[in-house]
Structures are given as C-alpha cells and as structure tokens.
Design a protein around this ligand. Structure first.
Ligand SMILES: NC(=O)C1=CN([C@@H]2O[C@H](COP(=O)(O)OP(=O)(O)OC[C@H]3O[C@@H](n4cnc5c(N)ncnc54)[C@H](O)[C@@H]3O)[C@@H](O)[C@H]2O)C=CC1
Ligand SMILES: O=C(O)C(=O)COP(=O)(O)O
Length: 629
C-alpha cells in the first residue's frame, strides 16, 4: 500500500449494518406504550441528519430525549451489534489487523457500544473516537457528554482537525457528515460506502462509491486484496444464529432464511451457493443437486439425512454432513416425559382442565416403574432411552436389524413382533431409510397389547397413520405421542390439521424432539465446523457420504483434491500426471468408501490449467478441487 495513508472509518451503517442508536432504541423501548411512534421519530431524525438535512447536534439531543436507557439495554445492544457487523468488513478482518496503526473509527455513536464491536479487529483504543454516556450512581444513563466534539455539528470535521493527521487521509462512510471531512479539506478522498445503505446526495459527492470493502483496495490501488472472492452459504429452517456468525467470521457470505424452501425456490437460490445448510424439512432431490453447479457441501443441521438424495450427492462430488448425536438427549427426554404423561392420562386430563373441567381420578393412571418399554431401533436415541428408562425402573426390550449390544439389563429380541406383543409402551426410533416406510402398520398395531402406549419421534413415514387413527378410534390404545407428521409445514408458525387431534389422550408436538437450545447450539457448532474445514482444507470428518479423512493443516502452496468413483488404478494415474508436470508431492492422503475415492495431494507449486484439465480428464473423475494456502 502507499505508505502514510490513514483510513478513517464511520461506524453506524458502515462498520456495522445498522444504526446503533436505533438498535438501542428497539431494546430500550421494547415495552414502552409509544414504542412505534418513538422508533419512527428516531429513524426519521437519523435519516435527516445523515443526509445533512438536520443539525447533528440537535438530532442527537432529540433522539436521546426519546430514550430512557439503563446498563442492561447497553449489554443487550452490544450482543446484537456484534452480530450485525457488515459482511465485507467481517471477512477483511486481516486488513484492519495489518493496518491497525493507520485506521481510526470516527463516529457519533457511543463508545460503550462501539468498542466491544471494533476491538476484535485489532483497532487501537486511542484510534476510536466516539461519544460517551453519563451515568448516575445506579448505572442508569443520565444523558451524554455534550462537550465531546463528536456530539456537535461538524463534529467529525472538528475531531479530524484536532487529530492533525500528517498522512494522506481517506474517509470511508455512508453519511453526509463523513463527506464533510473531505469538504473541509481534511481528507484527500471521500469514499461512499453503500453495502448497507445508499444515500444519493452522499454518493454524488463522493470521489468513489464502493459497495463492499474490497472496492477500497481497488479504488486506492492497495495491493492488499481479499484472498479469494468469498463463497456463499445459504442457511434454511432457522438454523442456530451461531452458524451465520461462524461462517461470516470465516470469510463466507451468508444468507439465512427462517423456513424451508420448495423445489422451485431452492433451485433458483442455489446457482451461486457453495454450502447449503438445512434441517429436516428441506427436500434436496436429485434435480436440485444437479442444478447446483457451485455446491461443494451440504449440511443437515439435524440427525436425519433421508431428505437428501445422498446417491446423487456422491455422483456430483458433494460432501454431506450431519450432527449424528447432538440432539439425541433432547429426543430421549421428550420421549420419557411423554411416556409418563400418557401413562397418567395427564394429556387428556390437562386438556379437560384447560377447558374448565376438573376430572380428578386415579382410574387407569399408572406408574411407569415395572412397565415394559419396547424400543424399535436401538441406535443413538433408542439406546439412550433404554438407559434412562431403566433408571426409572422400567423393563426394556428392543429390536434392531443390526446386532446391537444390549445396555444394562435391556433384552434384545430377534423379531420385531416379540417387542410388539410384550411391550406396555412401544417407541419407534429407527432411521429414515426408505425400507422403513410403514414399518408399523395395521398388522403391527393388531399385535400390540390392549392399553398400549405408542410413541413415534422418528420419521412420519415409518408409521401408517391411517392405521394409527383406526386403532385410536377403536379404543384399544391407551394413548400416543407423535412428534413427526405427514406433510409438515415449511414455516415454523403455520396451520396444521391431523385426524389425531380428535383424540384426548394424545401428545402431539410439532417435530420438536431435537428442538432445544442446547441441541441446536451444539448441532450448529458441530456441523458448521466440519463444513468449514471441508471447504477450506478438504477434511471430510463427519461426512455421511465421503470417506472420512482428517487432514493436517495446509503447509504447502497448493492442495489438490481429486474425488472419483472408487475404481482401481486412479491413484497411479494422478501421480503420473503430477510427475510429468514436474510437481513435487509433499504429502498425500487417500481413503475410499464403497462409492468414492478421495485423494488429497499437497504439492510444492501452483498447479497450472493444463495439469488441472488432465486431472479432470482421468476417467471416473467426479470433481477436482484446488485449495490455495
Ligand atoms: N423428532 C425429532 O426431532 C428427531 C428425530 N430423529 C429421528 O430419530 C430416528 C433415530 O435417530 P438415531 O437414534 O440418532 O439414529 P441411529 O441411526 O443412531 O439409529 C437408528 C437405529 O435403527 C435401526 N433400524 C433401522 N431400521 C430398522 C428396522 N426396520 N427395524 C429395527 N431397527 C432398525 C438401525 O440399525 C439403527 O440402530 C431417526 O429417524 C432420526 O431422523 C432424530 C433426532 C430428532
Ligand atoms: O435431527 C433430526 O433428524 C430431526 O428430525 C430434527 O429435525 P429438525 O432439526 O427439528 O428439523
């Protein structure tokens, strides 16, 4: 970069995506009767001040009068603002760290909010210039320090004047008061930053308009460029907020949507997406995968992967990841709760009392101690349920198609019918493979004992729900707990009808078995880290369809990843091409599974286009990826 350049950054709507005072107002006015009017007034004053149509000094005073702040509002606002850092700022953290001596943040926002957000970027405390609150002895905000230069009209101009910078100065911001610094002759260049908001009069006055921070590197001809153009991540179905933050911090562009998408919407969204994150609702069919040209990895932020066409993902060289045990405990706790409540008729009695009917009775209400729990599917969930049920004094029997070690005193049955005929409670925990369609049908219900309690917290299609309705209608069954339904809605708040709603002793939950904060946080951390290390370094740990390789970090100029159908002789062909091109292999890793061969080669130089084309042309090649150190 040119030496002796100082960069002055605005904070609100530049460093962060929002106006910090507006966020603070949202929090402080949350329960205020005039919330809407006051927020609107604050927004309108901010806008007028930012466009240079209103005195800054008065605008700050007016806005502060509308708020009644205390310390807890500030704490909440800081947490929110940390999540609102502008994406291109976030992915260029290295720029701020490298040039910390020459970067100042100059803002009318308050230091209490600004410092926690900018300090992780290595920006120096003495280079952050902001307003400050004044507090009473109880920590409530009395007001702000009117004497600060930044609280006054032309505050930024006065402040920069006082700094008496000797270097070439570049001011970057979205507001008219940022332009004023250049207009006053205190900066050689004013760069209008429009990633969050575009103000036409500000952009018109600017020497350059940049939509993302990378534009600054080009405008100012700085050799400091972002290492690669950022890859895009699409997150659906309300995935835990940690995930968005994690990907942004790792330099990805992230779009998060609250619901699932249908096939058409998903198809059109995926054209430029490298990583897709979903939960159980989004169907990722063969067609969708075929159309997603840039897709490298797919994360199921849940246990089940039956919603994804895994074979097609293998054919296209797309690695699929899930969280095989992060929500196991949550499902088990719900199942245990349902077993107890149904055994006590509590669901029916609670429903009656909710309607004003007091039905105190012990008839048909039972303890679960000593009762036989029959578990179908003794995997992660089934086996953990077994342990907790035994701890409650239940007798456990189970059936699994795989040879599973019985835990505690649980008894393994060799046929599902043995479980169905003996159990007082039957709980289904099989995986979502296609063969399990209507595993439990009318015949299965016929085998069960009268008064049985039935739970399905696995997948809807494992149970014939028409047959379940019939058996509930017949009165044979004591009750059922159902968490998974046919055609579940895509959005979290929707209407939903099922014939099971007509019965009393039922517990119907909207697929919340794994929906606890603990589970979602753990799933978020587990899956996003695996996805990130796959895309950035090639490690496939945690993948459900790729051979699992945990790789050392990249120490050589390039890592070439060759994904191919698992047929003999490919490795030899790859190595012949490396040898012929004069590349020295510094490290090599190979792992195969039934479908895929996964070869990772670290080489001592940048691979040229010819070599890449040759690697791609090896018969049975699915995909070649190149990772730069
Ligand atoms: N309701 C919810 O929110 C949640 C539901 N789930 C679902 O719960 C189910 C179980 O999950 P995990 O225990 O983690 O899976 P898992 O893969 O650890 O265990 C499934 C077990 O079922 C066995 N199995 C498969 N087909 C069978 C059959 N026909 N008969 C007997 N055994 C059979 C397998 O051998 C395996 O041991 C899955 O369908 C999963 O998608 C998981 C988490 C949350
Ligand atoms: O983990 C699973 O397989 C589940 O069924 C949970 O799905 P969800 O993340 O709640 O959409």
């Amino acid at each position: 970069m040119q030496r002796n350049t100082t960069f002055l950054f605005d904070f609100d709507s530049t460093f962060i995506q929002v106006e910090s005072l507006e966020i603070l107002a949202e929090i402080a006015l949350a329960n205020h009767p005039e919330k809407a009017e006051r927020l609107q007034a604050i927004q309108s004053i901010t806008e007028q001040a930012m466009e240079g149509r209103y005195s800054y000094q008065e605008s700050l005073a007016e806005r502060m009068k509308l708020l009644d702040l205390n310390q807890s509002h500030l704490t909440q606002a800081i947490e929110l603002l940390k999540q609102k850092i502008t994406p291109s700022i976030l992915r260029n953290r290295a720029f701020f760290q490298t040039h910390a001596d020459n970067i100042h943040v100059i803002t009318g926002a308050f230091i209490e909010l600004v410092w926690p957000v900018v300090s992780p970027f290595g920006i120096k405390r003495e280079n952050v210039h902001a307003n400050r609150f004044i507090y009473d002895y109880e920590g409530d905000v009395l007001g702000y320090d009117h004497h600060q230069l930044l609280a006054q009209d032309q505050g930024k101009v006065k402040l920069v004047q006082k700094l008496a910078l000797k270097d070439d100065v570049i001011m970057i911001g979205d507001g008219y008061n940022d332009y004023e610094v250049k207009a006053a002759g205190l900066a050689s260049t004013f760069v209008a930053f429009t990633e969050n908001i575009t103000r036409n009069n500000v952009a018109d006055a600017a020497d350059a308009v940049i939509h993302e921070l990378e534009g600054l590197f080009i405008t100012c001809q700085l050799p400091f460029t972002s290492p690669k153009s950022p890859k895009k991540v699409l997150l659906l179905e309300n995935i835990h907020p940690f995930v968005e933050l994690y990907f942004k911090e790792n330099g990805f562009l992230v779009e998060s949507l609250p619901g699932a998408l249908n096939a058409k919407e998903l198809h059109s969204k995926l054209h430029d997406v490298s990583i897709l994150g979903i939960r159980s609702k989004t169907e990722v069919t063969a067609n969708i995968i075929e159309g997603a040209e840039k897709l490298e990895a797919l994360g199921a932020f849940c246990i089940g992967t039956n919603q994804i066409d895994i074979n097609k993902a293998c054919e296209q060289g797309i690695a699929v990841f899930n969280a095989p045990f992060s929500n196991t405990r949550s499902v088990v706790e719900l199942a245990i709760a349902e077993i107890i409540l149904l055994a006590r008729n509590a669901a029916a009695l609670s429903g009656k009392l909710a309607k004003g009917q007091w039905h105190k009775s012990s008839t048909g209400a039972h303890e679960v101690r000593g009762k036989t729990l029959g578990i179908i599917g003794y995997g992660n969930i089934g086996s953990q349920l077994s342990i907790i049920a035994e701890a409650l004094g239940m007798r456990v029997i189970f059936y699994d198609i795989a040879d599973k070690l019985p835990l505690g005193n649980a008894k393994r049955c060799h046929h599902m019918d043995e479980v169905l005929t003996q159990a007082d409670i039957v709980s289904i925990h099989v995986d979502g493979r296609k063969e399990n369609h209507h595993l439990i049908d009318a015949k299965s219900f016929a085998l069960m004992k009268p008064g049985v309690i039935f739970l399905n917290l696995s997948r809807d299609f494992t149970v014939d729900y028409e047959a379940l309705n019939e058996v509930m209608r017949s009165g044979k069954m004591k009750g059922c707990g159902i968490d998974v339904f046919t055609n579940e809605p895509h959005e979290s708040k929707s209407e939903y009808q099922t014939p099971l709603q007509q019965f009393e002793n039922v517990i119907l939950t909207p697929h919340i078995g794994g929906s606890t904060e603990e589970a979602q946080q753990h799933i978020g951390e587990y899956v996003s880290k695996n996805l990130c290390s796959y895309v950035n370094e090639g490690s496939s740990t945690g993948s459900v369809n790729f051979p699992q390789l945990s790789l050392p970090s990249m120490n050589y100029p390039q890592r070439i990843i060759h994904i191919h159908k698992n047929v003999p002789g490919i490795l030899a062909q790859i190595n012949r091409l490396f040898a012929e091109s004069g590349s020295n292999i510094e490290g090599q890793f190979l792992k195969t599974n039934q479908e895929i061969g996964y070869v990772i080669t670290d080489i001592n130089r940048q691979c040229d286009d010819k070599l890449l084309q040759q690697l791609q042309a090896i018969p049975h090649t699915i995909k070649v990826r190149v990772l730069d150190k």
